[in-house]
Write a new protein. Structure first.
Length: 329
């Protein structure tokens, strides 16, 4: 389990915008020379734009990431019994502060061409060669406020079931089953492999049984109160079976009654990771669920949300940092 700590984020951005509002004398108004804050703001925008272009080109397959963290969307690693090969992973800010000349000298050229980047401006604001490190790119989407339901069988609109939407072809969408809503954050973001989304329904009458293992009530009764992950030493079938009160989160297809509990790194390599839900009232109140995707391991979910197990769902597969999140109702 990973332990996360909060870090100082884009406080410099506040200083940038605040700085542009300070000063109202005529002399200052007529001064068109670039201010230090404006220079850093422009540098930050350039760095962000170049980085986005770099990642998009890698995903499109037109260039290769020299350290192998990001791969093209059509990359597929066949599942095999036993340990799979892994890809490296490096935080966005660390990659940006690599000296390009040093990287080329080490034979790992091909980093985004942003010049010779030195120390972050937060540490040495007067250094003209420093680089402004913008806040990490973080995307968070959740079930909260989506697909609301208040039928007599669930007047509070709790989540009644979770399933995985899955697509093998990288350019095909992974559609949710009828009655389910997708949380639109790819669980394999930046790592190739299958396109996968966590999906949910609040309508108890739309719950798809999946493989109930002879216990229909295990799936149909109650509401989702916890979300957990399991990292297994080997794959393919280990996640298809319930573990105590943990119910596997499944997708249509597979060899067990036409349902399968997907490895969340399916087609991407890395660790074998499976998702489970818990409906036992002893687990606490029902929850909302979300997914956070970031290029920085120190990203944090919004207030009131927590990471599920601290598990990076792309562990060993490179790409972005991807986490399940939950929030009690």
């Amino acid at each position: 389990m990973l332990i996360f700590s909060r870090v100082r984020t884009a406080t410099v951005v506040t200083a940038v915008f605040t700085g542009s509002l300070i000063g109202c004398s005529k002399e200052e108004t007529n001064d068109t020379s670039p201010k230090p804050d404006q220079t850093q703001e422009s540098k930050a925008a350039k760095v962000n734009a170049v980085w986005r272009d770099f990642v998009n080109k890698v995903k499109a397959g037109s260039i290769i990431d020299p350290i192998g963290q990001y791969v093209s969307d059509d990359t597929w690693v066949e599942a095999k019994e036993g340990k799979r090969s892994s890809r490296p992973k490096m935080d966005f800010a660390k990659r940006l502060t690599l000296d390009s000349n040093w990287a080329n000298a080490k034979g790992i050229g091909g980093f985004p061409d942003m010049g010779t980047l030195k120390v972050p401006c937060e540490d040495r604001p007067d250094d003209p060669d420093c680089v402004f490190i913008p806040g990490p790119t973080t995307y968070f989407v959740s079930s909260e406020g989506q697909a609301l339901y208040n039928g007599t069988d669930n007047p509070d609109g709790y989540i009644a079931d979770l399933k995985i939407a899955w697509a093998r072809n990288y350019d095909a969408d992974a559609h949710p089953m009828d009655g389910y809503t997708s949380i639109r954050a790819n669980l394999n973001s930046g790592a190739g492999g299958a396109t996968m989304y966590l999906t949910f329904t609040r309508n108890p009458r739309r719950v798809r049984l999946g493989d109930s293992f002879g216990r229909t009530d295990r799936v149909t009764e109650g509401f989702v109160r916890n979300l957990q992950t399991l990292e297994a030493p080997f794959g393919d079938f280990i996640g298809n079976f319930p573990l105590g009160n943990l119910l596997p989160i499944q997708r249509p297809g597979g060899f067990v009654n036409q349902w399968n509990t997907p490895d969340l790194n399916d087609g991407a390599g890395g660790s074998y990771i499976y998702a489970y839900m818990v409906k036992d009232p002893a687990e606490g109140p029902p929850i909302e669920v979300g997914v956070l995707v970031s290029n920085n391991s120190n990203a944090q979910p919004p207030s009131g949300w927590r990471f599920v197990d601290g598990q990076d769902l792309n562990k060993g597969a490179g790409g972005d940092y991807v986490y399940f999140c939950s929030k009690p109702r």
